[in-house]
Design a protein around this ligand. Structure first.
Ligand code: XMP
Length: 502
């Protein structure tokens, strides 16, 4: 829920509250503040990063800017006070005396509020973790929710299970059964569903789940938008239709997309053009499918029912990044499969993966017997190569990038590294550099390679390649891809960077 949720408007009483992080400082004029009534709910509260600062600041603690913004690993020393001090026992008990955590903040506590005490410190943050003396209120400066805090899940589990008293009653097997039943119930015995697939894990898993629930009443459409990876449309067709038995139509709309994208440089404009064109193509195709069914019916085939629902493979991170207390304008990027897309369509949305993270979608895929190479596929963004061409999109630039990206992924597979990397891709930079080929001076473009390891893509670390693999990739790209004379490797984590360059 947005942090600005008014407690009196809540229709249910929570068992606990977690106040999450935020890029704001509590002193910013437009900073979001929690309804103070949250502290009188009488339930445990865990403030994380900004959540800690917000809680401490509301209770007369002091927050100050750090000398250096802190991003990265830190070692938390857990306070040794035990026994009487039950809060240490509850949140950190059993975690040892030290743990590695991930920090990402510009502000931190400079004074803890009255009636709080320190339960953890780092060399940079003397108040890295605090707890109230008598109430179940905790604040931690680090991020337990990211994979780079290896014991973070244990901390969250302690808070949710032990401190708030919630039950662990959610399993993926149960989720599948419930979701299939839910889909069958909302679609009824005749309702038909249409959905876009891209070949990515999310849409493939969503399509398979739909197929399990309602069989051929689900019809998938893949739109070739001209900015897919090399040979992508063909491969996806084979995999979904032949391997998984999902009913699928592939529409080649590459010319339309590329003509609308021609010369466009602004990333959000690229996303909007692709999102809007996608709607046009998808709607036209849906209408054709509907018309074909009506035609068959006229000829005596059994009535198929109307297409009433639209399947979307929306995931929880898309939901989080799109729900902002300030409205969609404050989102980090306009992830095009949420909100704006298809809002004018008369179809109702069905989003079976809306509450799952990527790693959970993979588990779901395996349980649905989707072949491993498919489940392990690196994610590919909806706006495709358009957001990996940093300058204006042209047919020529798309070709260059497709070729370089193809070589990169092929060499990663040849080296047996594909499954160790969460996402790898090439980016085409809009700059030219000088090179030499034969005895001629060249002046050509630069390719940047990106490879990251991440579980949920909310944070990511760059992948450490064996040098000989990078050497081979660089040599093949500069030799085989016309227009490229230099290859660089991106060594930034998320944050402060994002996975994509745009
Ligand atoms: P960022 O760049 O936000 O990427 O760190 C996190 C994950 O999201 C993917 N991504 C997108 N996916 N439409 C999409 O469907 C988009 O506009 C978009 N931008 C980023 C990115 O590939 C990574 O997996």
């Amino acid at each position: 829920m947005p942090c600005t949720q008014k407690i009196e408007d809540l229709k249910w009483k929570p068992k606990g509250v977690i106040l999450s992080g935020s890029p704001y400082s509590v002193y910013d004029a437009d900073a979001p503040h929690v309804d103070p009534a949250v502290y009188s709910l009488g339930v445990p509260i865990l403030g994380i990063c900004y959540g800690l600062q917000e809680m401490a600041w509301s209770m007369q603690g002091k927050v100050a800017q750090c000398d250096h913004r802190e991003y990265g690993f830190a070692q938390v020393e857990i306070s040794k006070v035990k026994g009487e001090n039950s809060s240490v026992d509850a949140l950190f008990e059993g975690l040892g005396e030290e743990m590695q955590v991930w920090m990402s903040h510009g502000d931190q506590l400079s004074e803890i509020p009255p009636n709080f005490h320190v339960i953890g410190r780092t060399s940079n943050a003397p108040f890295a973790a605090i707890a109230h003396d008598s109430k179940p209120f905790y604040g931690i400066q680090f991020h337990p929710e990211v994979t780079h805090s290896p014991r973070g899940k244990e901390i969250i589990a302690r808070f949710v299970l032990n401190i708030c008293g919630c039950k662990h009653n959610w399993t993926m097997e149960e989720f599948i059964g419930k979701e299939i039943a839910r889909i069958r119930e909302i679609c009824g015995s005749k309702g038909r569903v249409i959905g876009a697939v891209s070949g990515g894990v999310d849409s493939t898993v969503a399509a398979k789940l739909m197929h399990e629930a309602i069989g051929d009443r689900f019809h998938a459409i893949m739109v070739d938008n001209g900015v897919l990876r090399m040979n992508e449309a063909r491969q996806v067709h084979h995999m979904l239709n032949k391997d998984l038995g999902v009913k699928l139509t592939v529409v080649d709309a590459s010319e339309l997309f590329l003509s609308r994208l021609e010369g466009i440089e602004d990333p959000e404009q690229k996303r909007r053009i692709i999102g809007n064109t996608f709607i046009n193509v998808f709607e036209a195709e849906a209408a054709k499918i509907e018309a074909a069914a009506a035609e068959e019916e006229k000829k005596g085939a059994e009535a198929k029912g109307k297409i009433e629902w639209l399947l979307q493979g929306t995931l929880y991170p898309d939901v989080i990044e799109s729900i902002s207390f300030k409205g969609p304008s404050a989102t980090i990027k306009t992830h095009h499969n949420v909100g704006g897309l298809l809002k004018d369509m008369k179809l109702k949305l069905i989003e079976p993966l809306r509450e799952l993270f990527k790693d959970e979608v993979r588990v779901l895929g395996r349980l649905l017997s989707i072949p491993a190479p498919l489940v392990q596929r690196h994610p590919f963004p909806g706006p495709g190569l358009a957001i990996r061409i940093l300058g204006p999109v042209t047919r020529e630039q798309v070709k260059i990038l497709q070729h370089a990206d193809h070589i990169y992924i092929e060499e990663i597979r040849n080296a047996g590294l594909y499954n160790q990397i969460s996402q790898a891709f090439a980016v085409l930079l809009p700059v030219k550099a000088v090179g030499v080929m034969g005895d001629k001076r060249t002046y050509e473009q630069v390719i940047a390679l990106r490879a990251v390891q991440s579980e949920d893509f909310m944070t990511a670390d760059w992948f450490v390649f064996p040098p000989d693999v990078l050497r081979r990739i660089s040599s093949r790209i500069t030799n085989e891809v016309a227009g490229i004379n230099r290859v660089t490797y991106d060594i930034t984590s998320k944050p402060p960077s994002t996975v994509e360059w745009l």
